[in-house]
Design a protein around this ligand. Structure first.
Ligand code: IDP
Ligand code: MG
Length: 154
C-alpha cells in the first residue's frame, strides 16, 4: 500500500480543524501510519518548499508555517498520494471545489489548512524528511476486507 505525507498547518491548528480533517481521511479508508506534533523552522521549510524559496511570498509562508507547531502524518492506502491530493483540492481555498478540504474549510491561498505530497516520489522524500523509520508503523486494519477487493491489496 502506498504512503503519503500530510501536514495539518497552523491554520488547521488555530482554527481547531484538526479533528475534522483527520476524520475525513479516516472515513475515506486511509490508515494512519505515523502522526506527531512538531515545530517547523526556516531551515526545514527551505528544503520542504525549495520550489518556492525565490518567490516573493516565501518569507510570509515561513512566518505562516512557523506560527504554531504543526501535526505531521503519514497516511496509507491504495493510491494514497493521488487520493489525498484530490481530497485536499486546489492550492487557493477560494478556488478549491466544494467537497474538498480546502474548498470546505478555507478562504486563503496561503492559510490553506493542509499540505499533501504531490507525487509518490516526493511522498517518500517528505516522509523521510519528517519521520524516522521507527515512527512509521505497519499494522493491519480489521476493516481491510470491507475497504478493498482482494485484487486491490498489494
Ligand atoms: P500545494 O500546497 O497545493 O502543493 P504549492 O504550489 O506547492 O501548493 O505551494 C506550497 C504552499 O505555499 C501552498 O500550500 C500555500 O500555503 C503557499 N503558497 C503557494 N502559492 C502561494 C501564493 O501565491 N501566495 C501565498 N502563498 C502561496
Ligand atoms: Mg506542493
Amino acid at each position: 500500500m502506498e504512503q503519503t505525507f500530510v501536514i495539518l498547518k497552523p491554520s488547521a491548528i488555530q482554527r481547531s480543524l484538526c479533528g475534522d480533517v483527520l476524520t475525513r481521511f479516516q472515513r475515506k479508508g486511509l490508515a494512519i501510519a505515523g502522526i506527531k506534533m512538531m515545530q517547523l523552522d526556516e531551515k526545514i521549510l527551505r528544503v520542504h518548499y525549495a520550489h518556492l524559496v525565490d518567490r516573493p511570498f516565501f518569507p510570509t509562508l515561513v512566518k505562516s508555517m512557523t506560527r504554531t507547531p504543526v501535526i505531521v502524518m503519514v497516511l496509507k492506502g491504495k493510491d494514497a498520494v493521488a487520493v489525498v491530493r484530490s481530497m485536499v483540492g486546489a492550492t487557493n481555498c477560494r478556488n478549491a471545489a466544494p467537497g474538498t478540504i480546502r474548498g470546505d474549510f478555507g478562504m486563503s491561498g496561503q492559510e490553506n489548512i493542509v499540505h499533501a505530497s504531490d507525487t509518490p516520489e516526493n511522498a517518500v522524500i517528505e516522509i523521510n524528511r519528517f519521520f524516522s523509520p521507527e515512527e512509521v508503523f505497519d499494522y493491519s486494519m480489521p476493516t481491510t476486507e470491507a475497504t478493498y477487493a482482494p485484487d486491490e491489496i498489494d
